[in-house]
Design a binder for this molecule. Structure first.
Ligand SMILES: *Cc1c(COP(=O)(O)O)cnc(C)c1O
Length: 382
């Protein structure tokens, strides 16, 4: 059976070129980057090369503003807890549609005595800089707004929010895990103070990520121990992962425009094809200001989980607008924040393209999906 993977927002395949540069760091260049001998120095050189690759793609002023972590979740936790605990008290502004790595971190901080405002979003999933401005308080220490949403693909106005925060001297963090390598980003032009990214969402390895920390931003370390990452993130560096992350970011950045235009065209082919073939279908998220590879649809009278299982039987991997926790469907907090009903949220299907998705993949899904929806609807009405 032909397998079609359209769940690239969950994770992506490692590019062969990325795997190739990683391999020597398991068996040949295995020195500890903190050691002073030749193998250690060689590891250190690879570490600093990866740091330069990431810094360049983000437009950082200096490579030392890049800190390697174990992924997007750690970067989000570090950015938010690091700033909050450095201040000791204060107010944080975020949005209702953030990834759980941001939302659950903010909820934990509320239990520690911090105040948090969760901004609502419009029907497309966007917040405005004016909303952020209206929520600012004299004790606001941090604003955290994602660059692109992982479920609906909606892009947020990070440049406007960054400019506002800089003018008001409030630290601005953005979870750019879905955006890096997919849409243009420049931490200096956009006045971003802290930015989270992750390797496995951009055709790099899992379990490695980075946090951009603008020079001068005060935050405390989360991990204490050795002096790695200039004393800010203890633990022997995941060198193969970091080398892979650097290469994946470099490749994504070099091919950003061509990938974005090809994937946008494929996404539109998938979207218009499904809208034409399946009645009572609505697009979730913004029609144009969205990630190139994201399609999120609600099919009336269809359970997303049932649809996913049927698609899986036909070799198509997607994702739904709900998570199954102990036998009951938990509709997505993102779709509910857009104003969807629980039934609409439970009928959502997310199909996300990678840079390796082909026109044949899309054609196959256009053949496979419509009859499954029709069949599921027949079962409901019988
Ligand atoms: C995947 C994701 C994360 C978490 O990244 P991990 O590397 O899996 O920990 C955080 N934020 C967003 C928007 C994501 O898509």
């Amino acid at each position: 059976m032909r397998r079609i993977y359209l769940d690239n927002a969950a994770t992506t395949a490692v590019l062969p070129e990325v795997l190739e540069v990683m391999l020597p760091y398991f068996t040949k260049v295995y020195g500890n980057a903190s050691s002073i001998h030749a193998p250690g120095r060689e590891a250190k050189r690879a570490l600093e090369n990866a740091r330069r690759q990431v810094a360049k793609a983000l437009g950082a002023a200096i490579p030392q503003e890049i800190y390697f972590t174990a992924g997007g979740s750690e970067s989000d936790n570090w950015a938010i807890k690091g700033v909050a605990l450095a201040h000791g008290k204060g107010h944080i502004i975020t949005t209702a549609i953030e990834h759980h790595a941001v939302l659950h971190t903010c909820q934990w901080l509320e239990k520690q005595g911090f105040a948090v405002t969760y901004l609502p979003v419009d029907a497309y999933g966007q917040v405005t800089a004016a909303q952020v401005e209206a929520a600012l308080r004299p004790d606001t220490i941090l604003v955290s707004v994602m660059a692109a949403n992982n479920e609906i693909g909606t892009l947020e106005p990070v440049a406007e929010i960054g400019a506002l925060c800089r003018a008001r001297q409030v630290i601005f963090h953005t979870d750019a895990v879905q955006a890096v390598g997919a849409v243009p980003l420049d931490v200096q032009a956009m006045h971003i103070d802290l930015l989270s990214l992750s390797g496995h969402k951009l055709h790099g390895p899992k379990g490695v990520g980075a946090l951009y920390i603008r020079k001068g931003v005060k935050l405390i370390p989360l991990l204490h121990g050795g002096a790695q990452e200039r004393g800010f993130r203890a633990g022997t560096e995941n060198l193969p992962g970091i080398v892979g992350l650097g290469k994946a970011v470099e490749i994504a950045h070099a091919h950003l425009e061509e990938n974005a235009s090809r994937m946008t065209a494929l996404r539109q082919q998938l979207l218009t094809g499904l809208m034409a073939r399946v009645p009572d279908t609505r697009l979730n998220g913004h029609p144009t200001q969205r990630l190139p590879g994201n399609v999120n649809l609600s099919f009336a009278k269809v359970e997303g989980e049932a649809l996913l299982l049927r698609l899986d039987l036909m070799g198509v991997a997607g994702s739904s607008g709900s998570a199954c926790t102990s036998g009951t469907l938990d509709p997505s907090h993102v779709l509910l924040a857009l104003g969807l009903s629980e039934a609409e949220a439970n009928g959502a299907l997310r199909l996300t393209l990678g840079t390796d998705t082909t026109a044949e993949d899309i054609d196959a899904v256009l053949d496979i999906l419509p009859p499954i929806v029709a069949d599921l609807r027949r079962l409901v009405t019988r």
